[in-house]
Design a protein around this ligand. Structure first.
Ligand code: GLN
Length: 489
C-alpha cells in the first residue's frame, strides 16, 4: 500500500485474514487526503469521524467472524472505504452537485447504488468534486473550485466525475462512484489512468442521483482495474422499485474469465478521425495488437450517424436538464436568496446560485422545448437518436464489442477550454453515443503520451453486455500493466 491500494478482492482477503484492519485502511485514506488533497481537491466533504466509527464496527465484526471461522459469509466489501460523487445522495452527508444552489442541503435518504454497497459492507469516506450538476468535461465547472490531475496538477482530471477519478488515481481511496450522462465516468478515468465503467442504461438504479439528463444518466464506477469494477457492479446492479427504468435482470456474476478466442472487436471508422492526438492513436493501436495476441479478431465497422451525435446530445441533455433543474427554486432544497415575493425568491436564488454553464444549458434546453420549436429540435433529436441506436444494433450483429479512443486528446491544461464551450463539448465526441444508445462502455488505461499523461481506450458492448466488456478488459489487464502505474505522490 506504499502509494496505491491492492485490488478490492485482495483487500477483502487481507481484512478477513486479519493482515489488515479496516481502521488501518481508513487511516491510510485519511492520511493521504491530508497530505495530497490540498493540491488535488478531489473531495468536497470527508466524513473522518463516521468512517472511523464504521471501521471500528467492521473490525469488530471481522474479528468475531475470524474467531468463529466464518469470514466466508461476511459481506464482500466489509470495512472497505469508497468515495462517492457529490451528485449521489447519502443520508446525513451534504450533497451539493458542485452547485451553490444546493449549499447546505443534506439529503434524508441514500441513493440505491450507494445503499447497496453500504449493505455489502462498504464505508462511504466522503463526497467528491464534480462539474456543477455533472455538466462538464473537466471538473472546472464546480462552484467549489477545480480538481487537479494526480499525474500533473496543471492539467484537468477530466469530468464531470473528476473528483472521483482523482481520488482513485491519486491513491486517496481504493475505488469511487461516478455518474455518466455523456462520458463523465469514462473520460476522467481515461485522463487519470484508471478503469471506468458506465453500465447499460437501467442496469443500476438512478434513485438518489440528482438528475441531469434522465434518459442518459447512469451510475458508474471508477476503479484501479476491471476486476474491481466487476465486483462493484455486481453489487449495485438490479431492479429497484424506486426507479421504474431499472432493469428486472438479476445481477449476474460479473467476475470475468480469461479467454478472448473468438471475440470480435469492431473499430468504428467514424471514431478514428483526423484530429486525434497521435500518441492517443498509437497507444490504441498497440492495445489492439495485445487484444489480437490474446485471440481477439479486429475488424472495421461503421456507425454512420455518428456525426449527428454531438448536436443530438446537446439538444436532449440540456432539454432534460432544463426540466430537471426547475425544482431548484430556493424553496424546496438547499440555499435561498432572501427576497420579498415568491417570484423574486425563485429568480434571485437561481440567478445568484446557478453557474454560467448551468444557465447556458437551461436556456438552450428551455428554447429547444418551447412551443413551436419542440418538434423542430427535441422531437427531431429523438428521431436521430433512434438512428444512432440502430447503428449500434447493426454493428453488434457483426461484432461482440467496439473499441475506440475515449477522447481525442489526453488531459488538457486547466483553463485551456474554459473560454470555448464548443471545444469542451468536443472532448465527449466518442463517449456520448453510448449514452444516446443506452449501451455500456468501459475505459481502460493503455499507455501514456510524451508528457506522461495517461491514454485510455474505450470498449463498448451491446445492452447488458457488461460481462463480456469486463472479461475483455480484465484479460487485457492480465497481459499489461498500464493500470498498475501510479503517479508520483
Ligand atoms: N461533458 C458532458 C456534458 O457536459 C457529459 C457530462 C456527463 O456525462 N455528466 O454534458
Amino acid at each position: 500500500m506504499d502509494n496505491g491500494f491492492p485490488s478490492l478482492p485482495a483487500l477483502q482477503t487481507a481484512l478477513r485474514k486479519g493482515d489488515l484492519s479496516s481502521a488501518e485502511l481508513v487511516e491510510t485514506c485519511l492520511r493521504r487526503i491530508e497530505e495530497r488533497d490540498e493540491i488535488l481537491h478531489a473531495f468536497l466533504w470527508v466524513d473522518a469521524d463516521g468512517a472511523r466509527r464504521a471501521a471500528r464496527a467492521a473490525d469488530a465484526r471481522l474479528e468475531e467472524a475470524r474467531r468463529a471461522g466464518e469470514t466466508e459469509t461476511l459481506p464482500p466489501l466489509l470495512g472497505i472505504p469508497l468515495a462517492v460523487k457529490d451528485v449521489l445522495a447519502v443520508e446525513g452527508m451534504p450533497a451539493t452537485a458542485g452547485s451553490r444552489i444546493l449549499e447546505g442541503f443534506v439529503p434524508p435518504y441514500t441513493a440505491t447504488a450507494v445503499a447497496r454497497l453500504q449493505r455489502a459492507g462498504a464505508i462511504v469516506l466522503g463526497k467528491t468534486n464534480t462539474d456543477e450538476f455533472a455538466m462538464g468535461s473537466s471538473t472546472e465547472n464546480s462552484a467549489y473550485g477545480v480538481t487537479r490531475n494526480p499525474w500533473n496538477p496543471a492539467h484537468v482530471p477530466g469530468g464531470s466525475s473528476g473528483g472521483s477519478a482523482a481520488a482513485v488515481a491519486g491513491g486517496l481511496v481504493p475505488a469511487a462512484l461516478g455518474t455518466d450522462t455523456g462520458g463523465s465516468v469514462r473520460q476522467p478515468a481515461s485522463y487519470c489512468g484508471i478503469t471506468g465503467l458506465k453500465p447499460t442504461y437501467g442496469r443500476v438504479s438512478r434513485y438518489g442521483l440528482i438528475a441531469y439528463g434522465s434518459s442518459l444518466d447512469t451510475v458508474g464506477v471508477l476503479t484501479r482495474s476491471a476486476e474491481d469494477a466487476a465486483l462493484l457492479l455486481s453489487l449495485m446492479a438490479g431492479r429497484d422499485r424506486r426507479d421504474a427504468t431499472s432493469a428486472a435482470l438479476p445481477a449476474p456474476d460479473f467476475i470475468p474469465q480469461d479467454d478472448l478466442r473468438g471475440l470480435r472487436i469492431g473499430l468504428p471508422r467514424e471514431y478514428f478521425i483526423e484530429g486525434i492526438q497521435a500518441e492517443v492513436r498509437e497507444a490504441i493501436e498497440a492495445a489492439l495488437d495485445v487484444f489480437v495476441s490474446l485471440g481477439a479478431e479486429v475488424l472495421p465497422v461503421s456507425l454512420p450517424h455518428t456525426e449527428y451525435a454531438l448536436p443530438v446530445y446537446y439538444l436532449i441533455a440540456p432539454a432534460e436538464a432544463s426540466a430537471n433543474l426547475a425544482r431548484f427554486d430556493g424553496v424546496r432544497y438547499g440555499a435561498r436568496e432572501p427576497a420579498d415575493t415568491m417570484w423574486e425568491v425563485f429568480t434571485r436564488t437561481r440567478g445568484a446560485r446557478f453557474g454560467a454553464e448551468v444557465k447556458r444549458r437551461i436556456m438552450l434546453g428551455t428554447y429547444a422545448l418551447s412551443a413551436g420549436y419542440y418538434d423542430a429540435y427535441y422531437g427531431q433529436a429523438q428521431k436521430v437518436r433512434t438512428l444512432i441506436r440502430r447503428d449500434f444494433e447493426a454493428a453488434f450483429e457483426k461484432v461482440d464489442l467496439l473499441a475506440s479512443p475515449v477522447a481525442p486528446t489526453t488531459a488538457f491544461r486547466i483553463g485551456e477550454h474554459t473560454a470555448d464551450p464548443l471545444a469542451m463539448y468536443l472532448e465527449d465526441i466518442f463517449t456520448i453515443t453510448a449514452n444516446l444508445a443506452g449501451v455500456p462502455g468501459l475505459s481502460v488505461p493503455v499507455g501514456f503520451d510524451g508528457q506522461g499523461l495517461p491514454v485510455g481506450m474505450q470498449l463498448m458492448g451491446p445492452p447488458f453486455g457488461e460481462a463480456s466488456l469486463l472479461r475483455a478488459a480484465h484479460t487485457y489487464q492480465g497481459a499489461t500493466d498500464w493500470h498498475r502505474r501510479l503517479p508520483k505522490s
